[in-house]
Design a protein around this ligand. Structure first.
Ligand SMILES: [Fe+2]
Ligand SMILES: [Fe+2]
Length: 329
């Protein structure tokens, strides 16, 4: 089935942007070859001074996740098989094109963080090193459809995360970072469209299996790509980063619900007709957005929660998250 989708994949290769028309990290960084490079760099660093620790932690976690791109390329290789590494069939072309576009995200965020001097880059690099060594286990090796459904979910989640960080950065007056995050979010949108359309086609050609795979992905509670990160000191680094992400409102349970709602609509789940067990699964999936919204609502009703502070090596051991002032939903 995956192979038979080649024609469909080929039709959607235009969702990759030609190299001569796409931005590169250098376009959003101070020009270090200019005569007045030191003033440009000084202004760039000055602009980043307004970022609070919690946004720095979110930004580092996002960047580390992007930098572990080799893990995701390996995982997609299971689906878009390219045994020679230079094949010219549509799946291979997509996979390499996607990887090349994604590669700019980690590069740009890495350069931003390095040049602003706001974080401990060595600790960040150690985290990237660990994450790539630790790998990525989303659990969809059992069926290739699950990988494509997961990718649809993940590209949208990433788009929301970068988009919300752009808004928070702009609110603080850090327009350089806002622009960078908006640009990355726009790439994620194109990638999301690709995977979502491929899965739509799977729903047309093989509806029941696709439905079951969608349920399998959600049942597992979508595992985040950076979930195996550590800095070698904090074994719960990912949870601590995730806590800051939720508290700052960059990505919350509500966003999780909104991603499922969006995918359900994009795949016309409500209007498809299934019988027997599949109809029950369809119901289950259609109810998921409301279920997560309800959970988010319950969380909101809870009283302010005192949390132990988490020290992050990324920001020289400073702590973030002493008090949870009610979830930021
Ligand atoms: Fe990305
Ligand atoms: Fe992405």
């Amino acid at each position: 089935m995956i192979e038979s989708l080649e024609g469909h994949v080929a039709e959607h290769l235009s969702l990759l942007t030609p190299v001569d028309q796409i931005w590169q990290p250098t376009d959003y960084l101070p020009d270090l070859t200019a005569e007045d490079w030191s003033e440009r760099l000084r202004d760039f660093r000055e602009s980043a001074r307004c970022l609070p620790d919690e946004l720095l932690v979110v930004l580092v976690g996002n960047m580390v996740t992007e930098e572990a791109l080799p893990n995701y390329a390996v995982s997609l290789e299971h689906i878009a098989k390219d045994p020679t590494g230079a094949g010219d069939d549509p799946w291979a072309t997509w996979l390499r094109g996607w990887t090349a576009e994604e590669n700019r995200h980690g590069d740009l965020l890495n350069a931003y963080l390095r040049l602003t001097g706001r974080v401990d880059m060595r600790a960040v690099e150690v985290t990237i090193h660990h994450l790539i060594r630790n790998g990525f286990a989303p659990g969809h090796e059992t069926h290739p459809y699950e990988g494509l459904i997961y990718a649809s979910f993940q590209e949208r989640a990433t788009r929301i995360t970068h988009g919300n960080l752009a808004k928070k950065a702009a609110d603080r007056g850090e327009e350089n970072l806002a622009k960078i995050c908006r640009k990355i979010a726009a790439d994620e949108t194109r990638h999301e469209l690709f995977y979502t359309r491929i899965v739509s086609e799977l729903f047309e050609r093989d509806p029941e299996t696709t439905l079951m795979c969608y349920r399998a992905v959600l049942k597992r509670v979508v595992i985040m790509p950076g979930s195996r990160m550590t800095d070698g000191r904090d074994p719960d680094l990912f949870e601590h980063y995730g806590d800051v992400v939720q508290r700052t409102g960059i990505y919350t349970s509500r966003d999780y619900a909104s991603v499922i709602r969006h995918l359900n609509n994009a795949w016309g789940l409500k209007d498809r007709s299934f019988g027997g067990k599949a109809a029950k699964v369809q119901d289950y999936l259609c109810n998921q957005p409301e279920r997560y919204d309800r959970l988010a609502e319950e969380r909101r009703g809870r009283p302010t929660e005192e949390l132990p502070s988490h020290a992050f090596s990324w920001i020289h051991g400073r702590s973030v998250g002493e008090v949870r002032r009610g979830p930021a939903l």
